[in-house]
Design a protein around this ligand. Structure first.
Ligand code: ADP
Length: 399
């Protein structure tokens, strides 16, 4: 079966077409600036087919999907000969609230429940729903599956997901920790078990997904038991532009001193904080290292705040699980950042974990980078959320 994987944002749409007979990617690409002007980058992964990279008019997501189909079928950059070859579509859906603890076939009732989660993810879920509607408009009744960022974390216990605020707010508004990046944490945990040659049921893992957004997850026996993001993806460790956890009193204090609305303060915490906010240089770790080399103290401080935040939480999760068999690093920084991994692991000896600095000189490849004599393992595992979405889609549609 060929499966189209869609990750729809408010003005963008990323896609990958998989041939699930061998899990090969046939084509991938991105439509950007949808509803503004429009641009498509279509990259066939098949010999002899041309990359298509052009400004095009993309008034809406349905036009974008129609164009993606046109490229998939075209003589120059196509990889299929008929749309009917696409057996199913898998969608990334950000928030499934408490309703979805696993991926799910999309129908009208299911879509209503995703709509009901919009207050929990006002920026993301409407875009995901638009992507689903666009696929329906263009592909008709090809089965579609929703794969939720939050689903993996639905195994957390009330002790881990309950915020210590009046319980009525949980009952009334479902305010609680949900967690995100679940598809990524699930994928790397399963890979870790395979790499270690041990059943996931007997492993205590800490997965560090470190990209523009970062989150950590404690995975005990294959189940998420705690995670650093919370009610929204603003919480947890410091990120590229997001603050991560702060004292909530700062919001009122800043609003008062700076004459800002709460909305404006939250905008600062989401878009102008984190590495960018502390360094004043950039949200991108590569830029931060360059600035450090040029003697920029605040870039150094930003990195130190990140390392401190991540390492401290690894310690917390080891305690929460009563041990740790492996720490996993994934996503842009986790997969590529050797210096970052080394800095984070500096004090993990107390948990019986040590990284081998020579083995750690690796970028974007699966590798065990544990030092000799270390009780637990340190693993680098590139994530593949699209593949998980494609696999779930095949499983659900096949059933
Ligand atoms: P997203 O969360 O948007 O998917 P990514 O997973 O692509 O983000 O991660 C982006 C981050 O990864 C950026 O901060 C970038 O600096 C970092 N990164 C990418 N390549 C490297 C590298 N070679 N070394 C260190 N950091 C890197």
């Amino acid at each position: 079966m060929k499966v189209l994987v869609i990750n729809a944002g408010s003005s963008s749409l990323k896609y990958q077409l998989f041939d699930m007979t061998d899990e090969r990617v046939l084509a991938k690409g991105i439509c950007e600036r949808i509803g503004i002007d429009g641009h498509i980058t279509h990259k066939p992964q098949v010999e002899g087919k041309a990359v298509f990279d052009e400004d095009v008019s993309l008034p809406d997501h349905a036009t974008a999907i129609a164009l993606v189909m046109e490229k998939m079928l075209s003589a120059e950059s196509g990889v299929i000969s008929d749309v009917s070859e696409i057996g199913a579509v898998g969608h990334r859906v950000v928030h499934g609230g408490e309703r979805f603890s696993a991926s799910c076939l999309i129908d009208d009732a299911m879509l209503d429940e995703v709509r009901a989660c919009i207050p929990l993810a006002p920026l993301h879920n409407p875009a995901n729903i638009t992507g689903i509607a666009a696929c329906r408009a263009v592909l008709g009744d090809v089965p579609q599956v929703g794969v939720f960022d939050t689903a993996f974390h639905q195994t957390m216990s009330p002790a881990a997901y309950t915020y210590a605020i009046p319980y009525e707010y949980y009952e009334k508004y479902k305010i609680r920790r949900y967690g995100f990046h679940g598809t990524s944490h699930r994928y790397v945990a399963a890979r870790a078990a395979e790499m270690l040659g041990r059943p996931i049921e007997e492993l205590k893992l800490i997965s560090c997904h470190m990209g523009n957004g970062s989150s950590l997850c404690a995975i005990d026996g294959g189940k998420s038991v705690d995670t650093s993001m919370g009610f929204t993806p603003l919480a947890g460790v410091p990120m590229g532009t997001r603050s991560g956890d702060i004292d909530p009193s700062i919001i009122e204090f800043l609003a008062d001193r700076e004459g800002m609305t709460v909305d404006a303060v939250l905008n600062v915490l989401n878009k102008k904080s984190g590495m960018l906010g502390v360094s004043g240089v950039s949200s991108d770790f590569r830029d931060l290292w360059k600035a450090v080399d040029a003697g920029n103290e605040r870039a150094k401080l930003a990195l130190d705040v990140f390392f401190h935040g991540v390492a401290k939480r690894i310690g917390a999760y080891a305690v929460a699980m009563g041990g740790v068999d492996a720490v996993i690093f994934t996503a842009g920084i986790g997969e590529n950042g050797a210096e970052e991994r080394e800095a984070i692991c500096k004090n993990l000896g107390v948990l019986g974990l040590a990284l081998d600095t020579e083995a750690n000189k690796v970028r974007g490849k699966e590798k065990d980078v544990t030092a000799a004599g270390s009780r637990g393992r340190v693993l680098v595992i590139p994530t593949n959320e699209e593949l998980v979405i494609a696999r779930d889609t095949v499983e659900i549609v096949g059933a």
